[in-house]
Design a protein around this ligand. Structure first.
Ligand code: IMP
Length: 193
């Protein structure tokens, strides 16, 4: 089984979540910076999958070790799936929840369905795998909770926002958790225990 992966991200929260999810499965995750790749990939793809592959390829070309990269985002039904692939650029960091609440201020509670999507790519010598995970919920009418990052304070899963959950609780139901576990199953099948 693979014991070490480089994660192609400069997002400390994503790195922390990947470590929390994969460490109990015996896989160490190191950051692209720790692996010597101090780069920011050009995320100019038109889909989550395309962007995840771009990120993985950018870092793989430098480090030459097994790399994972995720592209993720929030798709809100009342906004026709926006912000989607543009989630990271929807608003300045720290202002994304307020902007979303403002855009949805006239949308009734039963029309506020949304989902987080995560496309996770594994890239190694002569191999490229893509797995996905999603998390269904609703957009709240106010921000709640101090944990997590990004849109967590306005994403309701049941009666709580993701920002009101512990890290373990979020990882158990999140899009990234689902995709990471799918990746683990795939690697286990290929490389054995
Ligand atoms: P990426 O780094 O291009 O994949 O950008 C994903 C963006 O989607 C992040 O910057 C967040 O705004 C948002 N996002 C992705 N996953 C989560 C999550 O688990 N919680 C909250 N926001 C998220």
């Amino acid at each position: 089984m693979i014991e070490k992966l480089v994660m192609a991200t400069n997002n400390a929260n994503k790195l922390r979540e990947a470590r929390e999810i994969l460490a109990p499965l015996g896989i160490e995750v190191i950051s692209q910076r720790e692996a010597g790749a101090d780069v920011e990939a050009d995320e100019n793809g038109e889909s989550f999958e395309e962007n995840a592959v771009i990120k993985a390829q950018t870092v793989y070309d430098i480090v030459g070790l097994p790399v994972i990269a995720d592209d993720s985002g929030l798709c809100v039904d009342a906004l026709g799936g926006r912000p989607g692939v543009h989630s990271a650029r929807y608003a300045p960091k720290g202002e994304e929840c307020d902007k979303l609440l403002e855009e949805l201020k006239d949308v009734p509670e039963d029309e506020r369905s949304a989902r987080f999507e995560c496309w996770l790519v594994f890239m190694d010598y002569e191999c490229l795998d893509v797995v996905t995970g999603s998390c269904e919920g609703r957009i709240s009418t106010e921000k709640r909770g101090d944990n997590g990052f990004g849109y967590d304070p306005v994403f309701l899963y049941g009666s709580r926002t993701l920002a009101e959950m512990s890290a373990d609780e979020k990882n158990a139901i999140s899009h990234r958790g689902a995709a990471m576990r799918a990746l683990y199953d795939l690697l286990k099948e290929r490389y054995g225990e």
